[in-house]
Design a binder for this molecule. Structure first.
Ligand code: ME8
Length: 512
């Protein structure tokens, strides 16, 4: 049985409704999953919610509800968002599920059996919003911030189980050296290495001052630290500990996508827990950047938190998906604004892709009664468009293997630009006037083939628009039966199919 490509998103806290940051990671993971399927891989794609911990307990208390009631209510928003965004996850995990408790208990026991857990007392600071213990260095950093920029931290003094993180300082550094692909982009690996080189103290992994969590096996006075609990979701989701078949088909994960805010948990704690439990490490943790909104940090108090459902209502899921992945290099920070979306819609989508499809289909309707012509002979200009298509497929594939979405989209739109230029230069309207049916047929057939390749390549990014184009081309076989290798077979759109120009794919925004 060959291994599946396994991709994950972070599991999101249910203390609040989803915002565009959550949508971003989930969309990125979906595009990877869809692209891998297009390459012919079997894929397992997991997302879900992080439902335990002090933050959730307190939010519930403030709302006058039980933590599970809060979770049951908010999780619906995340599950619904997946549908709205057209996400193809294979499972959705909630950390309050029984299967997850069993999995966390098992990991805890394995780490304990390895001699890496001991009982002591934690005295120090805790950041409830980030559910993070604050180290001495972090405390200094926090105290150096202006008061209004400081995270709220609390002094904690309680009995606690500790994980011997210090023991893994050298093994982690050695691992990073041997597997530089483990943390991406590469500049993030330097950050992580520097953090580990700075020294690792043992990590508190249980709490006694609240109860909303998974009890420590054998000592239910303690609940397991929410990050120890949450990270384990990646194993639970693929059948750990009992479903050996599922586990061997999917583990190790190929890529954990995370925001840069939670890289340390994924690139330091998680591999250390796994090393201790004797479980193989994930291949890559990819940290992406953060979105601001109209130039400002998104925050509840500023009141600028963007609801992804509203963006989809206004612009559609495909435009939102395209914008998020095209606007900034994956890994870097970016700014979300309506004017930037409108510029992308009008420029790249309406003028670029939309115009290419509508004018081509319009000409086939006009000159060939809507029937895709049979080409008799092709000239070197036609062949150049074919060669560029094949080169674009290869390039996009390489860029997608590097998780460089924006580069892949730039390559794709360069090709769309080339095809639009070929249309202008071939001037089918002049050929029609001259009654040059042979050249006219060859040119329109060539453009249609180029559109076919483009459709397959945009499918992971804009699945609904791709389906629509595919239908407009009059194709009968489903688009999702096509592979990337088919995109290289020039002639994927059959002569004789009846096209339908219909409505424009991406109306310019001021036309709406
Ligand atoms: O951290 N820009 O959950 P969370 C881009 N439960 N991405 C953003 C963003 C922004 N402004 N804000 C949030 C947690 N994100 C833990 C994770 S995993 C085992 C446990 C995205 O609800 C980004 O992916 O705070 C970030 O890592 C994630 O949402 C944090 O979601």
């Amino acid at each position: 049985m060959s291994k599946s490509f396994y991709v994950t998103t972070p599991i999101y806290y249910v203390n609040d409704v989803p915002h565009i940051g959550h949508a971003y990671t989930t969309i990125a993971a979906d595009v990877i999953a869809r692209f891998k399927r297009l390459q012919g891989h079997k894929v397992f794609f997991l997302t879900g919610t992080d439902e335990h911990g002090q933050k959730i307990e307190r939010t519930a208390e403030a709302n006058g509800e039980k933590p599970i009631e809060l979770a049951d209510r908010v999780v619906k928003g995340f599950q619904n968002l997946s549908q709205v965004l057209n996400i193809t996850n294979d499972d959705f995990i909630r950390t309050t599920e029984d299967r997850h408790r069993i999995s966390v208990e098992e990991i805890f026991k394995r780490v304990e059996a390895a001699g890496d857990i001991y009982l002591s007392e934690y005295e120090g600071w805790y950041d409830v919003r980030d559910e993070a213990f604050i180290t001495e260095t972090q405390l200094e950093e926090i105290l150096s911030l202006p008061e209004d920029k400081r995270p709220i931290i609390e002094k904690v003094k309680e009995e606690s189980y500790f994980f011997r993180l210090s023991k893994y300082q050298e093994p982690l550094l050695e691992y990073y050296k041997k597997h530089p692909e483990f943390v991406q982009p590469s500049y993030r690996l330097n950050e992580v290495s520097r953090f580990v080189e700075g020294g690792l103290r043992d990590l508190s992994i249980s709490r006694t001052t609240f109860t909303w969590g998974i009890p420590v096996p054998g000592n239910p006075k303690h609940v397991i630290y929410v990050w120890f609990d949450a990270l384990t979701n990646y194993l639970t989701g693929v059948g750990f500990p009992d479903n050996e078949k599922m586990l061997s088909e999917n583990w190790p994960a190929d890529v954990h996508l995370v925001g840069k805010d939670i890289l340390r948990f994924h690139a330091v704690y998680w591999p250390a827990f796994l090393m201790s439990a004797g479980i193989e490490l994930p291949k890559t943790v990819f940290a992406h950047g953060w979105w601001t909104v109209e130039g400002e940090k998104m925050s509840k108090s500023v009141g600028n938190v963007v609801d992804p459902n509203q963006v989809v209502e206004e612009f559609g899921a495909d435009v939102f998906r395209y914008f998020l992945l095209r606007e900034i290099p994956f890994g870097q920070d970016g700014d979300f604004s309506k004017s930037a979306i409108v510029a992308r819609v009008n420029g790249d989508l309406a003028n670029g892709l939309g115009n290419l499809v509508s004018r081509t289909l319009g000409m086939i309707e006009k000159y060939f009664d809507g029937k895709i012509p049979e080409p008799t002979s092709l000239n070197s200009g036609d062949e150049a468009i074919r060669d560029k298509a094949i080169a674009t497929v290869d390039l996009v594939e390489k860029q997608m293997n590097e998780i460089a979405f924006h580069k892949a989209l730039v390559s794709l739109w360069e090709y769309i630009g080339d095809v639009n230029k070929y249309v202008d230069e071939s001037a089918p309207w002049t050929l029609a006037k001259e009654n040059n049916q042979e050249r006219l047929g060859a040119v329109l057939w060539t453009i249609v083939q180029a559109i076919g390749v483009i459709t397959i390549l945009i499918c992971p990014f804009m699945p609904k628009s791709a389906e629509e184009i595919w239908k407009k081309l009059g194709s009968v076989d489903p688009l999702n039966s096509k592979l990337l290798s088919d995109a290289k077979e020039w002639g994927i759109v059959k002569s004789g199919q009846i096209v339908e120009k219909g409505q424009s794919l991406f109306p310019r925004f001021e036309d709406k």
